[in-house]
Design a protein around this ligand. Structure first.
Ligand code: FES
Length: 108
């Protein structure tokens, strides 16, 4: 399975095996990654699964849709490589990607 590294707000890192076809949010929730709350269950309407991608990873992911793009305008601590982890579906092309969980996610 492809591996995704989650960089956590406390500076630690957690590597997850993520099955192809599973969203990053689902994988993070299954493994109890702190800061990935996913209140809406993957509907791209809550923003509580926000992560920052490394630039090279960001360029490999399918572009955000209209709903996700709109929400990324208002999530706290957004950056140019922000994405909703519920909208990133794992594929072999995304193996070894690295995502950072914003510290502000721990306050939601
Ligand atoms: Fe709600 Fe991703 S889980 S926007």
């Amino acid at each position: 399975m492809p591996i995704v590294r989650f960089l956590l707000p406390d500076g630690t890192e957690q590597a997850l095996d993520v099955a192809v076809g599973v969203s990053l949010m689902e994988a993070a929730r299954q493994e109890g990654i702190e800061g990935i709350v996913a209140e809406c269950g993957g509907g791209a309407i809550c923003g509580t699964c926000h992560v920052h991608l490394q630039k090279d990873c960001f360029d490999r992911v399918e572009p955000a849709g209209m709903t996700e793009s709109a929400l990324l305008q208002i999530v706290p601590d957004a950056s140019e490589t922000s994405r909703l982890s519920c909208q990133i579906i794992m594929s072999e092309d995304l193996a070894d990607m690295c995502v950072r969980v914003p510290a502000v996610q721990l306050e939601l």
